[in-house]
Design a protein around this ligand. Structure first.
Ligand code: F6P
Length: 543
């Protein structure tokens, strides 16, 4: 395994700093105009996805230096450590083998792969049986609705896959409940019939408060409708590593699908955690998702660094965040079905790389993951794009654009594409005060007023961004995109010298949450600070 090395101490880093300074006053637009091959050369095709990074704020010498940085950080060797199953999750002494979940061969992990294959077979049987209408509930009715109860990685992945691929969906309806707020479960159950509803309790640990609370409420809903406790297996499946806890809940071993400690929750959509989406899409289409991800794995493992899409995206992330000073990163999918993608990527990237110490346990002296956010285009254009164009912060963007629509509405889709390309170009070219003034006087505004207004209309442009395109949003393309971001996240984490596979930062809130719940239950418990005590009192008074 590679030793820790701070990002800022790689020899290429200091050189990149002077490039960053120089490029602050260089226009991306001019670099494109002066280099006829840039638009072609600053692009990579892999696993059905095209990455266009010609509108990033960097030139060829900078790109060469970034690749040197990747070499000095030993990225190629680190890719092998990942696939070889080394214990790269150093704080938990575990490998991160999520690629095995979509592999078509064991690749040296025979026993784990045997379990993966058996689980895939079980998933296929369940998806087929539910879609064939062979699964009947307690009252003998055919199941028509599946509710996945889970949170974080046990929710975001299958929810995204199900929503992203409506053109591939079957007749069964899949719903997602994550929030401990009772409104989430109640809102979902309001439209459902207990006799025809199957729940999947999805929790790697089977200890997550939100999931267990919602699971118990769902169980009670069935009991209240008259189901017998002994027959609840006809309405419950579980996906977990914790079989005893699932058994305590009342789900028999036959109805439990396994998870493994070598899969992080946010990397688990390919496992039985994805069962609800496999049911929604049918096994064939779910397999196509795995195929797309596998193609990206092959590219990641085999492509030279200069042509390696995840590696290059990681180097660009470090370039934008650490060298150009960006604190944010927006992901803007121009496909309404991908509206969950920013939420999914928030967990993937911020829970993975939102870290403040290196793998050696020492505090880092540089920034790690940027704040990732975004929403579906064109909706964001009428809300936060104002800040992207004229705000004071630099915010790199990834546009994600399927070039064809599967809705059959090509005329309307043409408008969506035009908007995406327009936003990309506008972010680059901006509008100078002179251009704004000319446009205003051309519209008849008098010269003095135009001179003042022009400052408000001017947009600096030169906002770095990439455009990811694919032919259309098929299961393969979605699988490739998700695997791309997984590997990008891994490489960025390696460059920052952190462990992307643990998440200790979420623990303290859970511990304090349990202490406060004790107090809200009226039990003696830990005294809080004055401000928190005041809120506890406010809650007590409001009841
Ligand atoms: O609290 C964070 C977290 O542990 C995530 O990493 C995970 O995806 C989520 O909670 C759900 O955990 P589980 O699948 O064990 O319920």
């Amino acid at each position: 395994m590679s030793a820790f090395n701070p990002l800022t101490e790689y020899p290429a880093y200091a050189q990149l700093q002077s490039h960053a300074q120089r490029l602050q006053s260089v226009a991306i637009q001019s670099m494109l105009a002066e280099d006829a091959a840039r638009a072609d050369d600053f692009g990579i095709e892999a696993a059905g996805i095209h990455l266009d990074y010609a509108k990033q704020l960097l030139d060829r010498p900078t790109l060469a230096l970034l690749l040197e940085l990747g070499e000095q950080a030993g990225l190629a060797a680190r890719v092998e450590h990942l696939f070889d199953g080394e214990s790269i999750n150093v704080t938990e002494q575990r490998p991160a083998l999520h690629m095995l979940l979509r592999a078509d061969a064991a690749g040296g992990h025979e026993s784990a792969y045997a379990e993966v294959s058996a689980t895939r077979e079980r998933m296929r049987e369940l998806a087929d049986s539910l879609n064939a209408g062979d699964w009947q509930g307690y009252w003998g009715d055919v199941i028509t609705d599946v509710v996945n109860i889970g949170i974080g990685g046990s929710d975001l992945g299958p929810r995204l896959v199900t929503e992203a691929l409506p053109a591939f969906a079957g007749a069964l309806r899949c719903h997602y409940v994550a929030n401990v707020d009772p409104a989430d479960l109640a809102g979902t159950l309001a439209g459902l019939n207990p006799a025809t509803t199957l729940f999947i309790i999805c929790s790697k640990s089977f200890r997550t408060e939100e999931t267990l609370t919602n699971g118990l409420a769902a169980r009670q809903w069935l009991l209240d409708a008259g189901a017998a406790a002994a027959d609840l297996d006809r309405h419950f499946l579980a996906v977990t590593t914790n079989l005893p806890a699932a058994a305590d809940f009342g789900i028999s071993g036959d109805n439990c699908l396994p998870m493994w400690d070598w899969v992080g929750g946010r990397y688990s959509v390919w496992s039985a955690v994805g069962l609800s989406s496999a049911v929604a899409l049918g096994w064939e289409n779910f397999s196509r998702l795995l195929t797309g991800a596998r193609r990206m794995d092959e590219h990641f493992r085999n492509a030279a660094p200069a042509a390696n899409m995840p590696m290059l995206m990681a180097l660009l992330e470090v370039w934008n965040c650490n060298l150009l000073g960006a604190e944010n990163h927006a992901v803007l999918p121009y496909d309404h079905s991908l509206r969950q993608l920013p939420d999914y990527l928030q967990q993937l990237t911020m829970e993975s790389n939102g870290k403040r110490v290196g793998t050696n346990g020492e505090p880092l002296k540089y920034h790690t993951a940027p704040v990732l956010w975004g929403s579906a285009g064109t909706i964001g254009q009428h809300s936060f794009h104002q800040l992207l164009h004229q705000g004071t912060r630099r915010c790199p963007v990834d546009f994600v654009l399927p070039l064809n629509t599967l809705t059959g509405r090509h005329e309307q889709h043409r408008r969506l594409v035009a908007n995406c390309l327009a936003q990309s170009r506008a972010l680059m070219v901006g509008r100078s005060p002179e251009q704004a003034r000319e446009a205003l006087t051309g519209r008849g505004v008098d010269a003095a007023q135009a001179a003042v207004l022009a400052q408000h209309l001017a947009m600096p442009g030169n906002h770095p961004h990439s455009v990811l395109t694919m032919h259309s949003l098929t299961p393969e393309a979605l699988g490739s995109v998700l695997a791309l971001y997984e590997h990008r996240t891994y490489c960025s984490g390696q460059l920052w010298g952190i462990n992307p596979f643990d998440q200790w930062g979420v623990e303290l809130g859970k511990e304090i949450g349990a202490q406060i719940l004790q107090r809200l239950n009226g039990e003696d418990g830990v005294a809080m600070d004055d401000a928190t005590e005041r809120l506890i009192t406010a809650w007590q008074r409001a009841r």
